[in-house]
Design a protein around this ligand. Structure first.
Ligand code: TPP
Length: 579
C-alpha cells in the first residue's frame, strides 16, 4: 500500500471519501459543524442544496439515488436538525435507499458529562439504531476513513439501506494526517456474480418453459439496469410484468411490458410456468408471489430469483433457483448463457391484441364519464398527462390521486417514482427535486400529487425556485385527505361525518406558488387543463397547476382500489407462506 500521507481538514477528508463514491451533491442546512464543509464542497463545484426541512432533504437524497443509482448525502444539524431526520431514516430503510445520513453533534466532551441540560445536546445516535444498517460515531479524526468505508460497505452490500455517521463539532476546523484515498473496490464488494452452476440451472428452466415471464421490481429501476434487462428480455423473448416501482425502468422494448394487477398481467401470470424475478422483494403489494393473481392457473410454476440479500431467499415464497448477487452482474450472465442455448420465442400469441383491448376499455371509460360539473379525476389525468413530454420523470404522491394517475396516465413513456414500500406521503416534491437534480436539462420532471400530500413540504417550492429546477406540479385538489374520506365512507356509509378528513376549500396553491416565485395556475375548466399544463412546461420555471376535482368521485370511485384492499385480506398475507 502507498504510504503517501495527506494533511487536510476533517471536512475536506469527508468530501474526498464521498467523492470516491461518485457523490457530488450535499443536502443540508448549514450550521457551525458544516459551514466549512459546504464551502469546501462548493469550491469543488459540488451542488449544495439547503432544504426547508431536514426530512425533505432526506427525501431529496432518495430521489437523487433512484435516478442515478448513486447514494446521496443528507446532513443534519446537532440536536433538532438531526431529530428532524428520523422520519426520512425510517422511510429510507423501508424503501431500501442507501442514503448517507451525516449528523452533526456537539463536542465529544458532552458524551460523558455528569452535568445535565446541555443545549441542543442529546445522545442522538441511538434514535437511528433501529432504522440504519450501520451507525458510526466518529470519536477521533483517525477513525474517519474506516467509519466512512464501513458506512458504504453496509449501505451498498446486500439489500441497500441507509447509514448514519455522527461527526462532532470538535473536528469542524481540525487538520489531520490521513493516508491515501482508496477506490471503492478496495474496501467493499463492487461486483457480485452468481455461481455458474446456478446460472445454468436457471437457463435450463427458462429453456424448458412453455411460458416464462420476467417479474421486475424497484431494484432494476434504481440500479439503472434498464438496458441490460432489455437485452435479457429480447434474448429470452418473453413478456415482462412489472411492479409499480419499476415503471419506466424499461423503455426500449415497447409492447412487452405490462403492469402487475392488470387483466393482461393476470392472464400472463396464470399461464406462466417459470417466473424470473429481478429486483423485487416479492412483498405484500404483489401478494408475496403466492396469493391473489398467483393463486390462479399454473400455481406450481417455478421461480428463479435474482436477489442480493441471501436471507431474502425463500422468505416470502419458495424459490427453485436462487441467483444471489448484484443484478447488474447476473442479468448479463443470464443473457449470455440463454443466447448460447439458441433463441426460442416465448411471446404469447395475442399479447399485443390483449394490451390494445385493455387500453380500449380504459379509453371507453374516459369517454363515458361526465364532462359537466366539477372535473372528473379521470379526465384531469387524461388532459394533464397528455402534455407530459416523452421520457420525463413522473413522481407520484397522494392517496386516491395515485390510483387515478396509474389508471388514466396517457404518457406511458415516463420513469415513475414514489414511496411504494412505505407509502410515505409528502415525499413527492422532495423526490421531484432529487430527480430534477439528477436529470438536469435533459428531461422534465413532473409531480402528480394529492393536495394533502403536497402541503407536507410545500415550502420546498422555494428550493426548486432557488435551484432553477423547472418541476411541473399537477395538484389534484379535492380539499381533503381523499383516501381517508374513502375509508370513512366505506366503514360508516355515504353520509358519515369525516372528522378532520377535509380542509378548507379556499386553498389556492397557484397563489402560494407565485408567492415562492414559481409559476401558478388555477384551472376549473376541463378544456383549459391541457393548455395550462403546456404553459407550465413552457414557463421553464417550477410550476403548480391546481385543478379542483369532483371530491365525491375522487374518493369513492377510485379505479383499482380493490387491489389495495386485497393486500390485507385472505388473498394477501394469509395465503403467503405455503406453496
Ligand atoms: C406521512 C403519512 N401520513 C399519513 C398517511 C396516511 N394516508 C394515506 S393516504 C392519505 C390521504 C392523502 O390525501 P391527499 O394527499 O390529499 O391525496 P388524495 O388521497 O386526496 O389523493 C393519508 C392521510 C401516510 N400514508 N403517510
Amino acid at each position: 500500500m502507498s504510504d503517501v500521507r495527506i494533511t487536510q481538514s476533517v471536512p475536506e477528508r469527508m468530501l474526498d471519501l464521498l467523492e470516491a463514491e461518485g457523490i457530488r451533491h450535499l443536502f443540508g442546512i448549514p450550521d457551525p459543524c458544516f459551514v466549512s464543509m459546504f464551502l469546501a464542497a462548493e469550491a469543488r463545484d459540488w451542488v449544495v442544496i439547503a432544504p426547508h426541512h431536514e426530512q425533505a432533504g432526506g427525501f431529496m437524497a432518495d430521489g437523487l439515488w433512484r435516478l442515478t443509482g448513486k447514494p446521496a448525502v443528507i446532513i443534519g444539524n446537532e440536536g433538532p436538525g438531526v431529530a428532524n431526520l428520523v422520519p426520512a431514516a425510517i422511510c429510507a430503510a423501508k424503501e431500501h435507499i442507501p442514503t448517507i445520513f451525516i449528523a452533526g453533534q456537539r463536542e465529544r466532551v458532552f458524551d460523558q458529562s455528569v452535568r445535565r441540560g446541555h443545549f441542543q445536546y442529546t445522545p442522538q445516535s441511538r434514535f437511528f439504531e433501529a432504522a440504519m444498517k450501520y451507525v458510526g460515531v466518529i470519536e477521533f479524526p483517525q477513525q474517519v476513513d474506516e467509519i466512512f468505508h464501513e458506512a458504504f460497505r453496509q449501505a451498498l452490500s446486500g439489500n441497500p439501506g441507509p447509514v448514519y455517521i455522527e461527526y462532532p463539532k470538535d473536528y469542524a476546523f481540525v487538520e489531520h494526517e490521513f493516508g491515501p484515498i482508496l477506490p471503492p473496490h478496495k474496501y467493499r464488494l463492487t461486483e457480485q456474480k452468481a455461481a455458474d452452476s446456478a446460472i445454468q440451472k436457471a437457463v435450463d428452466l427458462l429453456h424448458e418453459a412453455q411460458q416464462p415471464i420476467i417479474f421486475l421490481g424497484a431494484g432494476a429501476f434504481s440500479a439503472r439496469a434498464g438496458k441490460i434487462v432489455e437485452e435479457l428480455v429480447k434474448t429470452i423473448d418473453c413478456p415482462v410484468v412489472q411492479t409499480t416501482s419499476a415503471n419506466g425502468a424499461l423503455n426500449g422494448i415497447a409492447g412487452r411490458v405490462i403492469p402487475y394487477a392488470t387483466p393482461v398481467a393476470n392472464d400472463l401470470i396464470a399461464d406462466a410456468d417459470v417466473v424470473l424475478a429481478i429486483g423485487t422483494e416479492i412483498g405484500e403489494p404483489v401478494h408475496f408471489g403466492t396469493g391473489r393473481h398467483w393463486a390462479v392457473g399454473k400455481t406450481d410454476r417455478k421461480w428463479i430469483y435474482v436477489e442480493r440479500d441471501p436471507v431474502a431467499i425463500g422468505a416470502n415464497r419458495p424459490i427453485d433457483v436462487p441467483l444471489v448477487g448484484d443484478l447488474r452482474d447476473i442479468v448479463p450472465q443470464l443473457t449470455k448463457v440463454v443466447a448460447e442455448k439458441g433463441e426460442v420465442s416465448r411471446m404469447p400469441a395475442g399479447f399485443a391484441e390483449k394490451c390494445a383491448a385493455f387500453q380500449a376499455e380504459l379509453n371507453a371509460i374516459l369517454e363515458s364519464v361526465p364532462t359537466d360539473g366539477p372535473i372528473h379525476p379521470a379526465l384531469l389525468q387524461r388532459e394533464a398527462t397528455r402534455q407530459i413530454p416523452k421520457n420525463s420523470v413522473v413522481v407520484r404522491d397522494g392517496g386516491a390521486t395515485q390510483f387515478w394517475y396509474a389508471t388514466f396516465n396517457q404518457q406511458p413513456d415516463s420513469e415513475v417514482i414514489w414511496s411504494a414500500n412505505f407509502g410515505h406521503l409528502g415525499t413527492g416534491l422532495p423526490y421531484a427535486i432529487g430527480a430534477a437534480l439528477a436529470v438536469g436539462d435533459e428531461r422534465r420532471v413532473v409531480l402528480v400529487t394529492g393536495d394533502g400530500s403536497f402541503m407536507f413540504h410545500i415550502s420546498e417550492l422555494e428550493t426548486a425556485v432557488r435551484k432553477n429546477l423547472p418541476i411541473v406540479c399537477i395538484v389534484q385538489s379535492d380539499y381533503a385527505w381523499g383516501l381517508e374520506v374513502c375509508v370513512y365512507k366505506t366503514i360508516y356509509g355515504d353520509d358519515s361525518t369525516e372528522t378532520e378528513a377535509r380542509f378548507g376549500d379556499q386553498i389556492r396553491f397557484d397563489k402560494i406558488a407565485e408567492g415562492f416565485g414559481a409559476y401558478g395556475e388555477f384551472v376549473e375548466d376541463l378544456a383549459e387543463i391541457g393548455p395550462a399544463v403546456a404553459r407550465a412546461f413552457a414557463s421553464g420555471r417550477p410550476a403548480v397547476i391546481q385543478v379542483p376535482v369532483n371530491s365525491r368521485i375522487h374518493a369513492t370511485e377510485m379505479p383499482g382500489i380493490e387491489e389495495l384492499f386485497s393486500w390485507y385480506g385472505e388473498e394477501g398475507y394469509s395465503a403467503a407462506p405455503e406453496e
